[in-house]
Design a binder for this molecule. Sequence first.
Ligand code: AMP
Length: 432
Amino acid sequence: MSDPSPIRAVKGMNDVLPDAMPRWHRLEAAFRETARRYGYGEVRTPLVEPTPLFVRSIGEATDIVSKEMYTFVDKGDDMLTLRPEGTASAVRAYVEHSVNGQEPVSKWYYLGPMFRRERPARGRYRQFWQAGLECFGDPGPQIDAEMIEMVVTLLSSLGVQDIEVLVNSLGSRETRGRYRETLRAFLQPHEARLSEESKQRLITNPLRILDSKSPTDQEICAGAPSILDLLDEADKKHFDELTQTLTALGTKFRVEPKLVRGLDYYSRTLFEIQGKGGELGAQNALCGGGRYDGLVKELGGPDVPSIGFAMGLERILLALPNEANVRSLDAVVVVTEPSMNVKAAVLLKSLRDAGLTAEGDLRGQSMKSQLRRAEKLGARTVIILGPAEEARGVVQLKDMRARHQEDVTHAEVIAAVRTRLAMDAPIDGATR
Ligand code: AMP
């Protein structure tokens, strides 16, 4: 016997229905356009990768690898993982296709879903969308500043308000190793007061304690030594030039020595952009990124310095002003009686062939209900087909903004719809 209860989506994984889509499309188009302007080309990699790719790059002791990956053994006994982020895959593809031998600098962008088995909350999901950039082959620091400036420009062009840019330097791998020991030595005397999670991290990954949300952990960390004091000369020069370039570009930022972020592969420049507005709440990290100079080599490629960032699309949407999400149509065709349905179907085809967005409701509903639906669909014009008009070789064209109605001939109808559209000032800059 079949089970009649409805099947629900996996917890933490969301449907996006067509009514919510215009905001997504605007965000995605703005990201693609900005990336293109800064010289980035799109890369698409598989959603599934061999598990060791993430273990080796993100790091065994990180939350992502130790707790959050969707890992499974496929029917061929391969251990596979749904990608939890985009950088590891991009680096794998970069190495696999020997891109370094073809050009000195490669600028790639990607956009797609990522998977992490986190505790779902507003702004934190198990499938979420990221858009990101990777730049291979440029040691910076100007490219680091350019990347940060680009995200800030993108976010402000979208209308995201109250953002804060945090920057830090993690130095080289050696510096990080030295800092890990310095921090461990500083935290050890406070071990008893640390949260359970931080006690664990004291052994596995003490830098992450700086990220802890526990008030006591934060209080203890307030006096912690700064990694910036341990940077060697070359790292310090890189960081100074980064901050100078950001200042020259007019990008506001705050140096935050406690910014560490959750992935192991970072070196030198690290940044995060936080938002305060909209419906963000606690999940206020909009975007995170940094330099990963050793990663390409670690994954079997040449020694190529690289930097990247990723932003969470759901979080950006939560941070955006809550504009109305109306779908809009250029024309809705309405029939006064079902005998006009075939004519309506033909007119709809010619409107669409002309590149216009058009809808019609040919289910035999009353005129009143068809007009109500046209209003709801955001129709710019309504074209009414009836036998009396047909006999005169015309249709009625209703301008829904001017609330004006007139007869137009069949030959003129497309031009008449277009004239109404041309009269409208662009509402959101979207191209038609
Ligand atoms: P990360 O890859 O961890 O550096 O994250 C980069 C960005 O992706 C974050 O700033 C968030 O905007 C977004 N993000 C990360 N994890 C999630 C999640 N579980 N749900 C929604 N967005 C996320």
